[in-house]
Design a protein around this ligand. Sequence first.
Ligand SMILES: [Fe+2]
Length: 252
Amino acid sequence: MTRFAIISDLHSNTEALGAVLTRLAKEGVERIVCLGDVVGYGPDPERCIDMVMENCALTLCGNHDEALMKGATDFNPVARQVIEYNRRTLKPTLLSGAARRSRWRFLEALPISHREGETLMVHGSPRDPVHEYIMKTDVIFIPDKIRDIFEHFTGMCFVGHTHFPGVFTEDLQFRDVTQLDYAYEWTGEKAIINVGSVGQPRDGDPRACCVIVEDGSVRFLRTDYDIGTVQRKIYDNPNIPDLCAARLEIGK
Ligand SMILES: [Fe+2]
């Protein structure tokens, strides 16, 4: 396996994405895979899509990307409000220019899973690639769910979706990034690796999160970015609830 980075859950946060891309360039990473949720929540969906189209070799479909096309009926009110706003500004009309059309075509065509050797990549889970959340509490409260999910893949499975980075192993353990000291060495066992979120971390650490993978070594990177600028853009936008700004500085 070659060296590459995996990012996920950018959520229209171009300050976070820009900081991560700069960091990955400094790390010498030439190939980036995105596990989806390019849009939703944040203030810059168009620019975020453009940056992904420019910089990612492969992008998968997240539930927010899918909801742009199919509707957000199962979303909470905050997430639904922003996706419906995103649809109004992103969906091409008769008079739309080429950039808007190419962004929409890109989002419409996103695949839901990708396999590369011993590595499976999805947004949510191997048994429901776009929608299912694999929560760290599931190992305690719904262990049969985790056991069944482990029946659906071999090798390493990279996911995003919960915005909570860490590693699940088949012995029903979840270890977060601090418990892992930001690194996981894969030795052939089944493992589910949550790469965390670039644009809206929810593990209490507000820094953008992603991973670099090299020959079975997974390294979690946390990158500072200009949270205040993103918050101001959200507060200035009447279509995005203020909650989407407040949560960024606490990483929740
Ligand atoms: Fe997400």
